[in-house]
Design a protein around this ligand. Structure first.
Ligand SMILES: [Ca+2]
Ligand SMILES: [Ca+2]
Ligand SMILES: [Ca+2]
Length: 356
């Protein structure tokens, strides 16, 4: 798995927003009054399940608390979507409901306005302003308020203004993974290795393994064993890199694989465990690990430092040099057997060089 621990720098802003929106004042005749100037939904296109004459959906993002969207009366569910035009890390939202509020509704997020993820749900709302506060990890372009129960049975849904907060997401996709190769082809599995993609941001990339258009699994490094295949079957395999914000690279080259007979079972080496440093200087460290076992023989170990494949070694020890003093590196090791089966790295050990 890829470590994904980046904390958005805008998180602090989110907390500030939460405080400021809580103290925002009520409706006023002047556009923008009582609304937060940092809202990213202001003036953005909208679409709703229905709208009443004089109360079109775009009146929910016109920066004016005196105007509102109104749905058809007495019909559940009803929804309104704000199109933020590009993808954002969503930090939160504030919905200024009119008197005709939703008793039950949910906040949803989507990249394509087709597949939706629920960000939050209310089931007992009684009116006023509703708040959604997130950690910025959710990324999407479309924010939808989906009402399932109205506050007043004889009325509809009505919203004066929807405010959304967030920061623009990364839009630069990684480069395509390269030089995809297959080895260790068994009845139900195959080992894959490829060269890593590069990206504009220094965060971990995930690699999705595809058979045709079907995603089989996701790997965090540049080698993985694909299992669960059908014996005696043709597969066209490829790899696509995915960055932190979900941007996809072009696919790698494809490799054609024909799996073996049913009796041909995979036998990868045991996983590498207990990676640990035994010598550390300002620019080098040496790590060792418990040797893997295999039904035939372990051929080599690949050593990854901060996600980059650094070297292949025949035994359970590796020295890495040319490092920066006083810096922490993540070290991971995979094992290959003589039949081309790979045992995936199961954990990453952090090793820090000494101060210079
Ligand atoms: Ca309005
Ligand atoms: Ca990127
Ligand atoms: Ca083996």
């Amino acid at each position: 798995m890829t470590a994904r621990t980046r904390v958005p720098a805008t998180l602090i802003v989110a907390v500030t927003l939460a405080v400021s929106v809580l103290t925002a004042t009520a409706a006023s005749a002047e556009p923008g009054i009582g609304l937060d100037p940092r809202s990213i939904s202001k003036g953005k296109p909208t679409l709703a399940s229905s709208q009443r004459t004089g109360h079109a959906s775009n009146l929910s993002t016109d920066n004016d608390l005196a105007t509102r969207w109104e749905s058809t009366k007495k019909v559940d569910p009803q929804w309104i979507t704000v199109d933020l035009l590009v993808r954002y890390h969503i930090l939160g939202a504030k919905v200024h409901w009119a008197a005709d509020c939703a008793k039950a509704f949910r906040y949803e997020l989507s990249n394509d306005a087709v597949t939706w993820t629920t960000l939050g749900t209310r089931t007992d709302f009684t009116g006023g302003d509703s708040y959604l506060l997130l950690n910025g990890r959710s990324v999407g372009r479309y924010l939808r308020i989906f009402g399932t129960k109205r506050c007043h049975s004889s009325r509809g849904y009505a919203i004066n203004e929807i405010e959304v907060f967030g920061s623009v997401a990364d839009t630069v996709p990684p480069t395509a993974p390269g030089d995809l190769r297959a080895s260790g082809i068994n009845g139900t599995s195959v080992s894959l290795i490829w060269t890593r993609s590069t990206d504009n941001l220094r965060t971990g990339l995930a690699y999705d393994i595809y058979a045709g258009t079907t995603r089989l699994k996701t790997a965090g490094g540049s080698a993985t064993m694909v299992t669960g295949l059908t014996p005696a079957t043709d597969y066209l395999l490829s790899v696509v890199a995915r960055d932190y914000d979900g941007n996809l690279s072009p696919p790698s080259n494809t490799v054609a694989v024909h799996t073996g007979p049913v009796s041909d079972v995979p036998s990868p080496p045991s996983a590498v465990v207990n990676v640990r440093p035994v010598a550390i200087s300002t620019t080098c460290f040496t790590v060792i690990w418990d040797p893997s076992t295999d039904n035939t023989a372990v051929a080599r170990y690949d050593v990854y430092v901060s996600g980059q494949p650094i070297q292949s070694v025949p035994t359970a020890t590796a020295e890495t040099c040319g490092l920066t003093p006083n810096t922490t590196y993540g070290v991971a090791v995979t094992a290959w057997d003589t039949d081309g089966n790979v045992a995936e790295a199961t954990s990453t050990r952090s090793v820090a060089t000494l101060p210079g």
